[in-house]
Design a protein around this ligand. Structure first.
Ligand SMILES: Cc1ncc(COP(=O)(O)O)c(C=O)c1O
Length: 399
């Protein structure tokens, strides 16, 4: 699909002003392409389900019905071939509320939690804010490709204070989809050293057409027995504001501790819209999601090609199979101007062109040489964003 080929449900601009959108809280003329939500209206079935719920007019306490568990289990079976027992799915008010709670219920104060930077920055908050310690297993990066340093991972897992690993599958910000071999290797090492795995799979539904996400827990019985899988319709269906997520856990003992934790922390009860939107997403929105994946890939292909052709080797987009995020390697530009990090360039972009991106340094690891650009938006804004990015890089290189 070419950027000139438009799908109306994704390419007609959507006005997000006046709704307190975090992303669009910018000044006139600025173009926000940072926080990970999309500018698309969500799937029609979700909007209909929410309208129907609003029409009822009563907004009391909501139970999580069996239809919700069935919808989640059906989704994982249909899309990823993973056999999920509906009774093993637990509602939570967000992926991060779940992860923070799991850190508390599965580890003790001062114990260590392994993460693989550059990775979603809020994992660190979930660990540190609960008095636990971060143990980094930085990803390797060579020739534009990320991979796992398994020797270093094992060294971190051997530490007797390491109790938990938070895996990002697929990885935010790089968009890496981990292979079955990688996931089996992680599982074998964690099992050998008695380390539980939280697999955050919130980005798993947005993949390059033709690529199928592999859930960590679906690899084998070892992985399944040591894992809590966290996910949500929030990224794929653009419903982050509805605060609807869940975890799946098959091991009875682990699940008991996890369920007790989220209930004690009071993050296991839904708001009125969470249940209905998730059922609609997971039972009646497959086609919308498949179209979204085509549009996201179109946008990513366009940005990668424009940077290859027009960025004078200052910027390069990391190739990836998942997420609507472009992870942009600024090494060429930094080498040209003698900067160590991309932070000043990120500021320059905003001041000079109004383009608002995320500075990669917040994700740790080698992220300080990168910027993250959110491509979950219409063709017109993607083209505008790239124009600003190229103009910003050229003017920065001339300084
Ligand atoms: C990997 C990852 N996990 C979790 C979240 C946030 O999830 P929630 O809004 O459900 O807490 C994000 C948001 O960008 C994310 O990228």
């Amino acid at each position: 699909m070419d950027i000139s080929e438009h799908l109306p449900q994704f390419d007609l601009p959507v006005d997000r002003s006046g709704i307190s959108s975090m992303k669009w809280d910018v000044t006139d003329g600025e173009l926000p392409m940072w926080v990970a939500d999309m500018d698309f209206r969500t799937a029609p079935a979700i909007r209909e389900a929410l309208s129907g719920r609003v029409a009822n007019g009563t907004f009391g306490y909501t139970d999580v019905p069996a239809a919700w568990n069935d919808a989640v289990a059906g989704w994982w079976r249909r899309r990823y071939g993973m056999d999920v027992d509906p009774g093993h799915v637990t509602f939570t008010t967000g992926v991060i509320p779940a992860i923070s709670s799991l850190v508390r219920s599965l580890t003790n104060v001062a114990e260590k939690v392994v993460i693989q930077p550059p990775v979603y920055n809020i994992f660190t908050n979930s660990i540190v804010n609960n008095g636990r310690r971060v143990l980094d297993n930085p990803l390797r990066y060579a020739d534009g490709v990320y991979s796992i340093d398994f020797d270093d991972l094992e060294a971190k897992l051997v530490d007797p204070l390491t109790r938990l690993m938070i895996l990002c599958n697929p990885q935010n910000p790089s968009g890496n989809v981990w292979s079955a071999d990688d996931l089996a290797h992680i599982g074998a090492l964690c099992a050998a050293h008695d380390v539980t795995v939280i697999s955050d799979e919130v980005h798993c539904d947005v993949v390059r057409p033709g690529v199928v996400h592999t859930p960590f827990a679906a690899i084998n019985d070892v992985n399944r027995s040591i894992c809590v899988t966290c996910s949500s319709p929030s990224k794929a269906f653009n419903v982050a504001g509805l605060q609807s997520a869940y975890f799946i856990c098959d091991d009875a003992g682990l699940r008991a501790r996890a369920v007790r934790g989220v209930n004690t922390d009071e993050v296991a009860e839904p708001n009125d819209f969470a249940v209905f939107s998730t059922i609609a997403a997971y039972t009646a929105s497959d086609q919308w999601l498949d179209d979204l994946c085509r549009v996201v890939q179109r946008n990513k292909d366009y940005v990668a090609a424009r940077l290859d052709a027009d960025a004078d080797e200052l910027l390069r987009m990391v190739a990836s199979d998942s997420t609507y995020l472009a992870w942009i390697d600024c090494s060429g530009l930094l080498g040209r101007v003698g900067d160590i990090t991309a932070e000043r360039f990120c500021e320059h972009l905003r001041e000079r062109t109004g383009l608002v991106l995320s500075y990669g340094g917040i994700y740790g690891g080698n992220g300080s040489r990168f910027l993250r650009m959110n491509l979950g938006t219409c063709a017109g804004l993607v083209i505008d964003g790239v124009r600003r990015l190229l103009e910003g890089a050229a003017s920065y290189a001339r300084r």
